[in-house]
Design a protein around this ligand. Sequence first.
Ligand code: QAP
Ligand code: CO
Length: 174
Amino acid sequence: MQLSIVEYPDKRLREKSKEVKHFDENLHKLLDAMHPFMLETNGIGLAAIQVNHPIRALILNIPNEEGEQPPENLLEIINPVIVEKSGETTYQEGCLSVPKFYEDVTRFEKITLNYQDRHGNTKTLEADELLAIAIQHEMDHLEGILFIDHLSYSRRKKFEKEYKRMLKERKAKK
Ligand code: QAP
Ligand code: CO
């Protein structure tokens, strides 16, 4: 399965992703393709909508102390729901769909999540630190929300200006 990234300002990123109802081979093939794709593109998290599949599925592979992303640390999260949340934390976020831009976003520090795995089994996960941030970032994608939507009006305006310039320069190079 050949995947490619959908990049801002593509309107497809604004769609609300649909609940996964069939935990079948189609889902498994997509998840199996998303993981190597995410590693190749230097990602730590990826929602299916970012590769043009607007379903409520996301993967995460948070780097360990050595900066490695071992496959046993891969998390596949389907139909997630946050059931508990507490605290606040701010982190400089980026996104594969918004290349080259990083800005501070404030999110919950700790979350508890109910979700399904690739076979439809129900799971619960308590997350903090970077994992909790990454889950909230990826879950935003399922609602058509991007990290840049969390910026103040002035920071967002500055982003739009810089991003437009970057796209123009990239186009000129091609
Ligand atoms: C979401 O983000 C995230 O601009 C995952 O040129 C972000 O994998 C979770 C990336 C922050 C937690 C904290 C971004 C790769 C990857 C870029 C990513 C780029 C190349 C972003
Ligand atoms: Co993202």
